[in-house]
Design a binder for this molecule. Structure first.
Ligand SMILES: Cc1cc2nc3c(=O)[nH]c(=O)nc-3n(C[C@H](O)[C@H](O)[C@H](O)COP(=O)(O)O)c2cc1C
Length: 478
C-alpha cells in the first residue's frame, strides 16, 4: 500500500506498541497539547501523542510523532546507526519522481471547503509556548511553483494563524521558498501556495532536506520512501499536492501586505525572530473525511530532531564529496548548532575541508564543527569530549571564522541587545575544533582499548547474580 501517515502509524503500533499514546479527555489547544509533551520531556519520554478531544475542534491532533531516532529509522526502513547515511538513498540510485493521480483516487479530496466555508479555527492548531503570539502550524509542508522554472518546491515554514482565513509565513532569507515568493512579488503578482499537513515521516524528511537548487523535494521524499509520492492538482492553482496527505490548505500570499508576526518559541529555545512578515489568505481546504491534524512540538525535541536529521544526511553527502574518508555525521539533537564529523584522515587539510563543507551545507544554523578520527563514535558525547581532551591543542587546532553566521535570524547570538530591550542584527562567528590525530605517516600514541572483536564476542548472559552468600563459599556471614 502507498505510504502515508496512516500506513506509518499502523507500522508503528505493530512494531512499537508503546510508542503511540491516545488522550481522549478534553484538552485546550492553548498549551493543553504541548503540556503533555513538556511533562514527558522531563522524564526523557517521547511517545507520539494523539489527542482525540481538542476543545473546539472536530479533528484529532497528532504531535511528537517525529521525536525519536528509532521512529525515524522505522519510517525510513533503516537501522538507527544508518540514519546518518540516509541521503545516499537520494543520490539518484533509485530515483522516484512523483506520480500524478486523479482527484477521485486522492483521499485528500474527500472533503472540500471553499472560500467562506474555510475556517482554520476548526483545525486543532496548538498554541505551543507561553509567550507565543497565537496558534502556529509547525508540521505543514508548503508547496510553491517557481515562476521562472516551473519547478515545485517544498519546505516547512512556520505559520502564525491570525483568524479564520489568514495566516503568516516566515521564510528564512536564503531558503528557496523565500526566493520564489520574491519572484512573484517583483512581478506584483500573488504567490500561489498549497500547504500539506499530515503525511509519512519520509515525506517530511524530503521536504526539509537540503536539495540543491529550487525544487526536487518530491524526488527526495520518494527516495526516502523508496517509492513515488502520489500527487494531484490543487483546486485553485497548478501546484501538485500530495494526494495522500491528511489536509491541504490552498491560498495565495497577498502581494505587498505584511503583518507583525510572532512571537514564537523557535528551536534554539528562545524568543528570537518575528517582525513584519507576508500574509497568506486561505481560499480552499481539502481533506480526508476523517482527517488527522499533525503538529510538531515547537522548540522541543521533535522540532530539533526534525531540523537535525534531514541535514545530517545532506551534510554527509556534501562532506563526502570533499573528504572521501568521512565516516559519520552527527548534529546532536540537544544542540542543533553543533556538528560532529568523524573521518579517516588522509591529509592534514581534511578536517578544515570537511568542516567548511558542513558549514556551507547548513550555513544558518551551525556554529561549531568538531572533527574527530574514525575511532570516535560521533553519537557518544563522552567520546567526542574525550577526543577534544586528548587530541586537540587550541593554539593550532582551533579556527575561528569571524562574521560567519547572520545577521539576525533565529540564533540569539546573532543580535546585539541593550538595557532598553531593543536589539540590532549582527553577525556571529563559527568555530572549528580539529580533534584529530596528525595525518599519516606521523606516529601518534595508540589508543588504549580491549580488542574490539573480543569485546563484541562477550556473552553477558554468562554473568550470574549473587543471590545468596552460600553461592560464594569464602563469604563470612554477618
Ligand atoms: C519543524 C520545522 C520548522 C521549520 N520552520 C521554518 C520556518 O519557519 N522558516 C524557514 O524558512 N524554514 C523553516 N524550516 C526549515 C526549512 O523547512 C528547510 O530548511 C527547508 O529545506 C527549506 O526549503 P527551501 O530552501 O526549499 O525553502 C523548518 C524546519 C522544520 C523541521
Amino acid at each position: 500500500m502507498t505510504s502515508d501517515l496512516r500506513t506509518f502509524l499502523s507500522d508503528l503500533v505493530a512494531t512499537q506498541p508503546d510508542a503511540l499514546k491516545r488522550v481522549d479527555v478534553p484538552v485546550d489547544r492553548s498549551f493543553g497539547i504541548t503540556a503533555y509533551g513538556a511533562k514527558l520531556d522531563k522524564d526523557r519520554k517521547y511517545p507520539a501523542l494523539l489527542f482525540d478531544n481538542v476543545e473546539g475542534a472536530t479533528i484529532p491532533c497528532l504531535t511528537n510523532l517525529l521525536a525519536t531516532h528509532d521512529r525515524m529509522a522505522l519510517a525510513l526502513g533503516l537501522e538507527v546507526e544508518d540514519l546518518t547515511n540516509a541521503s545516499d538513498r537520494t543520490q539518484g540510485m533509485q530515483p522516484h519522481p512523483p506520480v500524478t493521480v486523479d482527484a477521485a483516487q486522492a483521499p485528500v479530496k474527500e472533503v472540500i471547503w471553499r472560500d467562506d466555508e474555510v475556517d482554520l479555527g476548526k483545525l486543532p492548531i496548538p498554541v505551543h509556548n507561553q509567550l507565543d503570539g497565537g496558534p502556529f502550524l509547525t508540521a505543514a509542508v508548503s508547496l510553491m511553483k517557481d515562476p521562472d522554472s516551473g519547478a515545485i518546491n517544498a519546505g516547512i515554514y512556520r505559520h502564525h494563524v491570525y483568524d479564520s482565513r489568514r495566516m503568516g509565513v516566515w521564510f528564512f532569507g536564503s531558503h528557496d521558498g523565500g526566493t520564489i515568493h520574491r519572484r512573484y512579488e517583483e512581478r506584483g503578482e500573488p504567490t500561489p501556495i498549497a500547504i500539506a499537513i499530515g503525511h509519512h515521516p519520509g515525506f517530511l524528511m524530503g521536504a526539509v532536506s537540503r536539495v540543491a537548487g529550487i525544487g526536487g523535494e518530491y524526488d527526495a521524499a520518494g527516495a526516502f520512501l523508496g517509492e513515488s509520492v502520489e500527487v494531484v492538482k490543487a483546486e485553485n492553482s497548478d501546484i501538485m499536492v500530495p494526494a495522500r496527505a491528511e489536509i491541504v490548505l490552498e491560498g495565495v500570499i497577498i502581494p505587498g501586505e505584511m503583518v507583525e508576526e510572532g512571537p514564537f518559541a523557535e528551536w534554539p529555545g528562545h524568543y528570537v525572530g518575528g517582525g513584519p512578515k507576508p500574509v497568506i489568505r486561505i481560499d480552499c481546504v481539502t481533506m480526508r473525511a476523517d482527517a488527522i491534524f499533525q503538529d510538531i512540538q515547537a522548540s522541543g525535541r521533535e522540532h530539533r530532531l526534525m531540523g537535525a536529521l534531514p541535514r545530517i544526511s545532506s551534510i554527509h553527502t556534501r562532506v563526502k564529496q570533499v573528504v572521501p574518508g568521512l565516516q559519520a555525521v552527527n548534529v546532536p539533537v540537544h544542540t542543533r548548532m553543533h556538528c560532529y564529523l568523524s573521518i579517516k584522515k588522509a591529509l592534514d587539510s581534511d578536517p578544515t575541508r570537511a568542516a567548511f563543507a558542513a558549514f556551507n551545507t547548513e550555513p544558518e544554523n551551525l556554529r561549531m564543527v568538531i572533527v574527530v578520527d574514525d575511532d570516535i563514535d560521533v553519537f557518544d558525547e563522552e567520546e567526542v569530549s574525550w577526543a577534544i581532551g586528548t587530541r586537540f591543542d587550541a593554539t593550532k587546532d582551533l579556527q575561528i571564522i569571524p562574521e560567519w553566521n547572520g545577521p539576525g535570524g533565529l540564533l540569539p547570538t546573532n543580535w546585539e541587545y541593550d538595557e532598553q530591550g531593543t536589539r540590532t542584527k549582527k553577525m556571529s562567528s563559527g568555530v572549528i575544533i580539529d580533534a584529530t590525530k596528525p595525518a599519516p605517516p606521523v606516529v601518534f600514541p595508540v589508543r588504549a582499548q580491549v580488542p574490539r572483536e573480543v569485546v563484541r564476542a562477550v556473552n553477558l548472559d554468562t554473568m550470574l547474580d549473587v543471590a545468596t552468600p552460600e553461592q560464594l563459599p569464602w563469604m563470612e556471614a554477618r
